[in-house]
Design a protein around this ligand. Structure first.
Ligand code: FES
Length: 161
């Protein structure tokens, strides 16, 4: 406590070491600023493009197993990592993780609308490249890299979103 104040109010107050309102608000402003800066940094980081992750090459299907406009489910790279393979046009095979990038509900192929639809919160992704078409997801669907050789379709990696 400052000396003049102590003379005007000669009270021995044990709580003298308590922080002043000004110090409290200064601390709260700094803490809020730190949290805001952290949130901005985290949001920026989550939007950075992710690199491709290679996994062991795995046979998914044979080209004859999937019709034009059809789809087929598989797991990659681990059992339980649900993915979907589609043939939106003759000879054009694409595959994505089925896990919606919002809250992980499984997406479904809607060939007539050229999209993968998530029924949980009305999200949708383009079949062409997995970008978000609508709804709350902020990141595209992770694309499964595929290779077609001798009538066989292989998964070779995952381009994370
Ligand atoms: S979980 Fe897919 S839109 Fe919410």
């Amino acid at each position: 406590m400052d000396d003049r104040l102590s003379q005007d109010f000669p009270v021995d107050w044990e709580e003298d070491h308590y922080v002043s309102r000004r110090e409290f608000f200064k601390f709260m402003t700094l803490a809020s600023g730190g949290l805001a800066a952290g949130s901005v940094a985290l949001a920026a980081w989550s939007r950075l493009p992710r690199e491709r992750r290679s996994f062991e090459r795995a046979l998914i299907a044979e080209t004859q197993d999937i019709a034009v406009g059809g789809s087929l489910q598989f797991s990659y790279p681990r059992p339980g990592d649900l993915c979907i393979l589609m043939q939106p046009a003759e000879g054009n095979f694409v595959a994505y993780s089925r896990r919606c990038t919002h809250l992980s509900c499984p997406v479904e192929y809607q060939p007539d609308q050229h999209r993968l639809y998530c029924p949980c919160h009305n999200g949708a992704f383009a079949v062409s490249d997995g970008h978000v078409l609508q709804g709350p997801p902020q990141r595209p669907l992770p694309r499964v890299e595929i290779e077609v050789a001798d009538g066989k379709i292989f998964a070779t990696g995952v381009a994370a979103s």
